[in-house]
Each structure stands twice: as C-alpha cells, then as structure tokens.
Design a protein around this ligand. Structure first.
Ligand code: KIV
Length: 275
C-alpha cells in the first residue's frame, strides 16, 4: 500500500517505527521499495555518493529532478521524498515554491525535504500551502557545512540544544509533516521526539526517534571515503561487487565468458553463403 504523510502521522500516533533509506536510481529504488520501507529519500547526498563531490553544495535542481524521476519510476509503495538542493529555497519564498513544484512535477516527488529551522519556516509554510508536503531537516545540515566548520555533532551546548528544540517546534507549526534529526545527542533527540507531534527520523540521533534513515551505500559498505560513527554495515556489498568485477575481468581474459549459453545462433545454411 502506498505510504503517504498520513502513514507518517499514524505511525507516530501508534508508536510504530518508520523506515527510510536513500536511493538515486531506478534499479536500487525498486529493490528498496520491495523491502517494504516507508519512504525513499532522494537525498542531495547524491553529491557525495553518486557524483563524487566532497559536499552537497554543488548539487543542482537538474541533478535532483533527473535522479528523483528515475527513483519514482522504480517505486510503488514508498513515499518518495526529494531533497531541495543548496540555494533552491534559501534565496526566497518564491524560489522555494517554484523549485518544490518542479521537484514534484518533473522529479515526481511525493514530498520535498529542506534543511533549517525557524529561518526557513516562511518557505515551509508557503510550500505546504501550495499542496506539497515538506520534511524538515535539523541538527547537522550538510548544506551549511561551511558555517559549521565541518561535520560535527550539533546541539551539545545548552544554547544550541534550546535552539534545536525551538526550531523543531517552529517547523512543526509551519506545517512540516516530519523532520530528520542528524547528528544530535540521543537524549536531546528523545526530548524533541516527545515535544513535537510530527515524526522525527534519526540519523546519528539514537534509537528514540520515531524512525531512522541511512544512506544505502553506507549501510551496504559501498562507500568508503568516510564512514560516520552512526552507520552500521548491514552487508559488505562493496566487497561482493569488487569480487564480481574481478571474476568478470578474469573470465573475459581467460575466454570462459561469454560461454555457449550466452551466444545467439545462426543457421549453417546461411553461414555457408557468407564465406
Ligand atoms: O541527503 C541525504 O541523504 C540526507 C540524509 C543524510 C538524511 O539528507
């Protein structure tokens, strides 16, 4: 059954954990969707794990539309959330609504996600009023990496923790249907989860959140540039892929691939006429 914002609201009411994973292409999205996950995030982590950038700053609207639409074609049941890239919503409320609309019309998003708290509430309100569900993202917000001075846990001081709680209340009041909490101390994430009625989706925020999200290449051991503390490797697919690629090279070099069963035939009668 198709997951919607109502699924998110009801899961929190019933105390059922929500599951979310990233995807960036059709085949992977299809596999993830078949696993029964509630939501697929076409994250701007695309910049790191697919496009090979050091951060998410260079990711464009065209990138997100291109990959969003590919994912949406592979998904039947999961809610497809597409990230709004850097500078597609910070510049003005007008830009935010136009770009969220493009992610929905051209990128086939069911919902969009944007980073920030009180400062982006006018955008959240306007996008929501345009009929586009918005997921917020607080804590370590990678688009602000230069302002943070690196990938650091957020909300550790009293002032920063209070600001995060206020931001969570503000994005809820502005109409967000859920919020990602990234790299936040687990007890603070628990307090935020108790304080607001919309579901919190944690990544590096402990298991008290209403749901969890991970970048799929991290959980499958397919991305080794850096592995954050909060990642668990559920499989070592990277090694399986490396071994399969090696076998392919070896078998082509040895002449054992392709084998007879991979060939297409032609009748001897026609073949004789070709010499
Ligand atoms: O871009 C992304 O993948 C994200 C997750 C880390 C939550 O925003």
């Amino acid at each position: 059954m198709k997951n919607t914002v109502v699924t998110f609201r009801e899961a929190k009411e019933k105390g059922e954990k929500l599951t979310m994973l990233t995807a960036y292409d059709y085949s992977t999205a299809k596999l993830i969707d078949e696993s029964g996950v509630n939501a697929i995030l076409v994250g701007d982590s695309l910049g790191n794990v697919v496009l090979g950038y050091e951060d998410t700053i260079s990711v464009t609207m065209e990138d997100m539309i291109h990959h969003g639409a590919a994912v949406a074609r592979g998904v039947k049941d999961a809610l497809v959330v597409v990230d709004m890239p850097f500078m597609s919503y910070q510049t003005s409320v007008y830009d935010a609504v136009v770009n969220a609309g493009r992610l929905m019309k051209e990128g086939r998003a069911d919902a969009v996600k944007l980073e920030g708290g009180a400062s982006v509430c006018p955008q959240i309100k306007a996008i929501t009023e345009a009929g586009i569900p918005v997921m917020a993202h607080l804590g370590l917000t990678p688009q602000s990496i230069n302002a943070f001075g690196g990938f650091k846990v957020q909300g550790k001081s009293e002032e920063a923790a209070k600001k995060l709680i206020e931001d969570a209340k503000a994005i809820e009041a502005a109409g967000a249907f859920g919020v990602v909490l990234e790299c936040v101390p687990a007890k603070l994430a628990g307090l935020i989860t108790e304080t607001i009625k919309i579901p919190t989706i944690g990544i590096g925020a402990g298991n008290v959140c209403d749901g969890q999200v991970l970048v799929y290449q991290d959980m499958l051991g397919m991305f080794s540039d850096f592995t954050p503390k909060f990642v668990r490797r559920f499989a070592n697919v990277g090694e399986v892929m490396r071994e399969a690629f090696r076998s392919y090279c070896r078998e082509v070099q040895e002449g054992t691939f392709p084998a007879a069963e991979h060939e297409y035939g032609i009748s001897d009668e026609i073949l004789e006429k070709l010499y």
